[in-house]
Design a protein around this ligand. Structure first.
Ligand code: ZN
Length: 114
C-alpha cells in the first residue's frame, strides 16, 4: 500500500477514536477503561500532525466524503469493496499507477489494498 494512503488510514483511525471519545454514551466507558481525561485533546493534536503529512487534495477529498461516510477509506478484499460490499468488476485487472488513489466504482469510497 502506498505511504499516502497509509497516513490517511491512520488519520481515519484517529477520527474514529475522536468521534467515539466525544460520544456521551462512550464517556463512562472511557473512564472505566482508565483513559486519562484530556485524551481527546491528545488525539486531536495527533490528528493535526498526521493531517500535515497527507497530500492536500487527498485530505480535502477525505474531509468532504467523511460527511457522508463513517469510513471513507476502506480495504479491498479480493475484489470486494469492504465499504459497500459490492464487487469491483474492473478493479485488479487494471494496472494502478503507483501513488494513484483508487475509488470504488459503486460507492466512491477510497480503496486501499492491505
Ligand atoms: Zn464501495
Amino acid at each position: 500500500m502506498n505511504d499516502k494512503l497509509e497516513a490517511l488510514v491512520a488519520l481515519q483511525d484517529l477520527d474514529l477514536m475522536i468521534r467515539e471519545a466525544k460520544d456521551p454514551q462512550c464517556a463512562t466507558q472511557e473512564e472505566e477503561l482508565g483513559f486519562p481525561l484530556g485524551g481527546v485533546d491528545k488525539l486531536e493534536r495527533a490528528r493535526e500532525r498526521m493531517a500535515k503529512q497527507i497530500d492536500e487534495r487527498l485530505l480535502q477529498t477525505y474531509e468532504r466524503m467523511s460527511r457522508r461516510f463513517t469510513r471513507v477509506i476502506v480495504p479491498v478484499e479480493g475484489k470486494v469493496c469492504l465499504g459497500c460490499f459490492m464487487g469491483l468488476p474492473t478493479s485488479g485487472r487494471r494496472n494502478i499507477a503507483p501513488g494513484t488513489v483508487e475509488n470504488c466504482e459503486n460507492c466512491g469510497r477510497i480503496l486501499y489494498r492491505p
